[in-house]
Write a protein that binds this ligand. Structure first.
Ligand code: KIV
Ligand code: ZN
Length: 397
């Protein structure tokens, strides 16, 4: 029996915090519907205290979604009340409350003496605020998640103390964010392993992770955390989010699926819905997907070099570790360019209806290389022009 990893999607909250990516209520509702179709377990729909639009979006998504719908709230009563008001009609509501726990955040964000004068006093105040927030949230809802913001840079002993206290207060999920994307995979994995040994009541809660991508390590850190005991992973479609973004949902899910030989986990994601979801998020947010982005980029299933094309034409597994169809991309594309070889060219020409004898192929290939040297990509129309009527005859004739 495989162990279920819960997929918590934060495209509509952290993802929407990407510079320039604001969504209207209807767009958020449509993305939430697609996320449900994709099979995510938890949809973080927004931060209701931050604006009336966020409030309305959470309210609408919560009322119709069959997934758990989470609303974010700082660890203060006013935010938590607002989150609960937006979730009251939700079928499966979750209040997600957070506070900073690293010394750098505590001294920077809670500098005022009303939080204490020494670091020790401030840490104690933050711990109390966290416990009070969870206790209050638990008096309103049954499903409470607590996040220790900047846990990646938080002192391990203090982190364990605060996590134990919030579980005691009623948090059923404890989230360990690498808010600044600072840790290495081995280091972050160890953080999770440490919590499992240091926190006495850890078995009463699900450990979640939320990794940012500032050093390009968000997915690796998330996978390392799963290996060490985390059972919920927070991520976003196309990896969008604050600064360099969050761990990308499609990369985590496909890494787990493609390398299922390495672990005993499974997710509930319908991977064939990945591509549609990715395109929808890109078009609604206006954030383009880099061509070489793993899984969903335009080049993810494209092959240009002659050696690769030749290998692919013989057996696709030579250069593809998953099929494009498994993530909802209709077909592998063989891109013709200056690195392409004769086999790739002949195969494309055949699909366009041109059958070439070996000698003809030699001549045509030289012409093709001339064109390819001048262009980034040789399209089917270029090939048609190149062939001309006199060079060959269509297969169908
Ligand atoms: O990155 C972060 O720490 C967050 C929390 C609010 C979970 O987004
Ligand atoms: Zn975040």
């Amino acid at each position: 029996m495989r162990e279920k990893i819960l997929v918590f999607d934060t495209t509509l909250r952290d993802g929407e915090q990407s510079p320039g990516a604001s969504l209207n209520v209807q767009e958020k509702v449509e993305i939430a519907r697609q996320l449900e179709k994709l099979g995510v377990d938890i949809i973080e729909a927004g931060f209701p205290a931050s604006s009336p639009l966020q409030f309305e979006a959470v309210q609408k998504i919560g009322a119709e979604s069959g997934a758990v719908v989470a609303a974010l709230a700082r660890a203060v009563e006013q935010d938590i009340t607002r989150a609960w008001q937006s979730l009251r009609e939700a079928r499966k509501p979750r209040i997600h409350t957070f506070i900073s726990t690293s010394d750098i955040h505590i001294t920077g964000k809670f500098g005022s003496s009303r939080y204490g004068t020494s670091l020790k006093e401030k840490r104690a105040t933050i711990l109390n605020m966290a416990v009070n927030a969870v206790t209050f949230a638990r008096s309103l809802a049954g499903d409470i998640e607590f996040s220790a913001e900047d846990a990646g840079r938080t002192d391990p002993v203090y982190l364990a103390e605060i996590i134990e206290a919030v579980i005691e207060a009623g948090a059923s999920t404890v989230n360990i964010p690498d808010t600044t994307g600072y840790t290495w995979p081995s280091e972050f994995g160890k953080k999770i392993r440490d919590l499992k040994t240091r926190v006495g009541n850890i078995e009463k809660a699900i450990i979640s992770v939320h990794c940012h991508n500032d050093l390009g390590l968000a997915v690796a850190n998330s996978l390392s955390a799963l290996e060490q005991g985390a059972r919920q992973v927070e991520c976003s479609i196309n990896g969008i989010g604050e600064r360099a973004g969050n761990a990308s949902l499609e990369e985590i899910v496909m890494a787990l699926k493609v390398r299922s030989d390495l672990h005993n986990f499974e997710t509930g994601i319908i991977t064939e819905e990945i591509y549609n979801t990715s395109r929808m998020v890109s078009s609604f947010t206006g954030i383009i997907i880099q061509p070489n982005k793993a899984i969903v980029g335009d080049n993810a299933f494209s092959h240009e070099s002659g050696i690769h094309q030749d290998g692919m034409l013989k057996n696709r597994e030579t250069y593809e570790v998953m099929t494009p169809q498994s993530v909802g991309v209709p077909e592998t594309s063989i891109v013709l360019g200056r690195h392409s070889g004769k086999h790739g060219l002949a195969s494309r020409l055949l699909s366009l209806g041109y059958i070439l004898q070996d000698k003809e192929l030699e001549t045509i290939y030289r012409r093709f290389v001339d064109i390819a040297d001048k262009k980034k990509e040789v399209y089917d129309d270029d090939l048609r022009v190149m062939m001309g009527d006199e060079l060959s005859r269509p297969a169908s004739v």
